[in-house]
Design a protein around this ligand. Structure first.
Ligand code: ADP
Length: 744
């Protein structure tokens, strides 16, 4: 044996009767009975009441070994009231899975022997799915699991592999003890069944001509972060019929192909081990005795390293899921749950270990001395390692009491995240120290020197894909733009509501002229100024441009009360004109509008699209008069222009300008260039009308991301630069990535 039992310890013979089992139900009359037994019961009750005994709830366990270890070795008070119905227990041992709600109801000093959500590896189909996913990313590292298909979903992939594989082993999705398992070549016949199909490992390692597998006990002591211990002792379970590779004759011989104790114990060949001193005989032996045998043929350390590795990887594949089910943010020691899992491992004839299944409720039946000693020691060492004792409970309760008092007195200090982190680290250090000194027959296999970070990260990624958390996170990343979009949409609605209390979609519908009117009802165009301006510009363009007034404001005002920020991006005007005039075709440059909560006023300049007036003569010296200009303009149907310039200048209520995208100077320079390039413009004039070209240009553009154009809130509208003429053409509008025409 690899481990030593304490010689002074009370021996466990596999049986246990609790004389106090009924004590909880004792009536007052019973307690008046002065029998010796009742006096003992009363004394124990007093101790419990005085917090001098730990209460272990065993209402949901059938195993004598558990009760024996609890009561005889640890002196716990056993409680038989269903653990879901009472909260007056400190430690619960159940033979069934627990729900997240159970954990959520528990207090930090309480302990339970299962993690919620462990079915993610305990059910064959989930184990298969999780490991298959990991194997896709790490094919060489996750090849310890025989190729597995979950039917009916994986049937097409299975069909592709039918020819490559001799025999399949078919298992129910969630079953145990070999129930419902069979071997087959004909997977087509079960294509529509819900089951797990696995490559049958037809060359297992044999001892005495018999197939065998290992039951290894693994203690998961924490899931966030993972803490994994491997019990040094376990079981080797043998088939009872000499092994032959599967064929039509023997495929149904369960006692040849399956090593389950539940199946083989009924075979007349089965030899029971009756002497705990001789663990290397019979069809169920100790793990250590088989390792001793194998050590003559192979390197056991290497084999053990591979087994530990596969155990850790299996947990890595589901760590994010377990962590998400472990909802105990204040349990800094990460120790309210623990779980003993049975890993079934098969060796092939090259000594390569394969994981067959993980059992989350391994049997603690102690029907032979071998079982009794191994299982009793396993449970005992687990309870010791998990530090389940009265002192810990009392310390924790004392802490809670103090916190409660502070809260009642209003003195509760706020724990920052940093403090929480350091509390967690502190708790983990203490735990590390304690566990390293109380390992018993356990060996810590994780955390280890080897890094499993890649697997954990990939598992996290898979988990997030599965839950959609990755999408949410990406959205968060994009939140800046998203938020801006939302803000802008809200601004549109806000401004529109301010204007006329009409639904924004109606507001922006170009077909609804009443809405348009209300949106721009405050715009007053000073026609006189406009005409003067045109005259000025074109009587002597070179000269007048330098003399142009800075701004010709058209004003529209809306009070803005919300915090907001709008940014509008340059939109590249598409083809139609040569490169050298691209700048003129460009719709608005990058503008920013800002406002603060109170009294902010935005000034929007050049709200409309402007058209550059074209000239018949390329020479700047030949200067047409205004009449000519207008005439030419109408004749050419404004083909040359499509100058979509919108400018938003922003001004706070204190009149200070926050941002202005392009200076007037620049505009003037552009004007000069425009004149020089006039002849080129003419050549490029398209047959389409100005309206068509504008429409096309806009439609060719990428949708403006923020929609700021249609979302002005405060309108101090300015005509800028003055050398443009306000066209009597539709204004192209955009909302929610759609461009709409608005006729003004
Ligand atoms: P159960 O939970 O019902 O025990 P297992 O998956 O553990 O189901 O399979 C039962 C037995 O079948 C194993 O103990 C092993 O002997 C045999 N077995 C299972 N899978 C395979 C396999 N892929 N190749 C060879 N034998 C297998």
């Amino acid at each position: 044996m690899l481990y030593q039992s304490d010689k002074n310890e009370i021996p466990f013979n596999g049986q246990f009767e609790d004389s106090e089992e009924e004590s909880d139900e004792l009536s007052e009359e019973d307690s008046e009975d002065d029998g010796l037994q009742n006096r003992r019961r009363r004394k124990r009750r007093q101790l419990v009441n005085n917090n001098k005994l730990l209460i272990m709830n065993v209402s949901d366990t059938q195993y004598a070994a558990v009760k024996f270890v609890g009561k005889i070795l640890n002196k716990f008070k056993l409680q038989y009231t269903p653990y879901q119905e009472t909260q007056v227990w400190d430690f619960c041992w159940t033979d069934n899975a627990v729900l997240p709600e159970t954990l959520a109801r528990m207090q930090s000093h309480q302990r339970i022997n299962h993690f919620p959500g462990m079915y993610c590896i305990a059910r064959k189909n989930y184990l298969g799915k999780n490991l298959n996913k990991m194997a896709k990313q790490f094919p060489d590292e996750f090849d310890f699991y025989p190729k597995t298909w979950m039917l009916p979903s994986d049937i097409s992939d299975l069909r592709q592999n039918i020819k490559k594989i001799k025999y399949f082993i078919v298992k129910p999705e969630a079953s145990c003890q070999g129930r419902g398992i069979f071997l087959t070549k004909q997977v087509e016949s079960i294509a529509s069944e819900h089951c797990v199909v696995q490559r049958y490992l037809h060359k297992p390692l044999l001892i005495d001509g018999l197939k065998f597998d290992f039951r290894m006990y693994v203690l998961l002591a924490g899931c966030d972060p993972l803490r994994i211990y491997l019990f040094k002792e376990g079981l080797a379970r043998f088939a009872t019929q000499p092994y032959q590779q599967p064929n039509q004759m023997n495929a149904e011989e369960m006692c040849m192909h399956l090593t389950n104790y539940a199946i083989n114990k009924d075979n007349p060949n089965f030899v029971f081990n009756t002497d705990e001193q001789q663990m290397d005989v019979g069809h169920k032996r100790s793990l250590s005795s088989v390792f001793k045998l194998l050590s003559q043929q192979t390197n056991i350390d290497e084999l053990m390293a591979k087994i530990k590795d596969l155990i850790i990887k299996t947990f890595c594949s589901v760590q994010p899921f377990l962590q998400s089910n472990y909802t105990q943010p204040d349990n800094h020691a990460n120790n309210m749950c623990f779980e003993i899992l049975g890993f079934d491992i098969l060796l092939d004839n090259t000594y390569k270990p394969y994981l067959l299944e993980v059992n989350h409720t391994p049997s603690f039946t102690a029907d032979t001395p071998l079982d009794a000693i191994i299982k009793k020691n396993l449970i005992r060492d687990t309870i010791t390692l998990m530090n389940i004792n009265l002192k810990v409970k009392n310390d924790l309760q004392q802490l809670q009491k103090e916190q409660m008092q502070r809260r009642v007195l209003g003195k509760k200090p706020k724990i920052s995240n940093e403090e929480k982190k350091s509390l967690k680290i502190q708790a983990q250090i203490e735990r590390e120290q304690y566990e390293s000194q109380h390992l018993g027959n356990f060996e810590k296999i994780y955390p280890s020197d080897k890094s499993y970070e890649d697997y954990l990260q990939h598992a996290q990624k898979l988990y997030e894909e599965w839950t959609g958390a990755n999408i949410r996170r990406n959205i968060k990343k994009d939140n800046f733009t998203e938020r801006e979009k939302l803000i802008q949409q809200r601004q549109i609605q806000h401004s529109i509501t301010v204007q006329g209390s009409v639904d924004s979609r109606n507001k922006l519908d170009p077909s609804k002229s009443s809405n348009r009117k209300s949106l721009y009802k405050n715009i007053t165009i000073k026609k006189e100024n406009k005409q003067n301006l045109i005259n000025k510009v074109f009587s002597n363009p070179q000269k007048s441009m330098t003399e142009l007034p800075q701004q010709q404001p058209l004003e529209l005002k809306i009070q803005d009360r919300d915090d907001n920020e709008i940014a509008s991006e340059d939109q590249q005007n598409t083809s139609k004109f040569q490169e050298n005039i691209d700048r003129f075709k460009r719709p608005p440059s990058f503008y920013t509008m800002k406002s603060t909560k109170q009294h902010q006023e935005l000034q929007i300049a050049d709200f409309f699209n402007y058209k550059r007036i074209s000239f018949p003569d390329t020479s700047p010296l030949s200067q047409p008069n205004t009449q000519q200009v207008l005439q030419i303009s109408s004749q050419q149907q404004l083909k040359s222009s499509a100058q979509m310039t919108r400018k938003f200048s922003i001004r706070k209520s204190n009149k200070s300008k926050l941002k202005s995208s392009e200076s007037d100077q620049e505009a003037k320079k552009e004007m000069i260039q425009a004149f020089n390039q006039f002849s080129q413009i003419q050549q490029q004039q398209q047959q389409s009308s100005f309206f068509q070209s504008q429409q096309q240009n806009f439609q060719n553009q990428q949708p403006q991301q923020n929609g700021s154009f249609v979302k002005p809130k405060v309108f101090n509208l300015k005509l800028q630069p003055p050398h443009f003429k306000i066209p009597s053409f539709p204004i192209l509008m955009q909302q929610q990535n759609y461009y709409k025409l608005r006729y003004d």
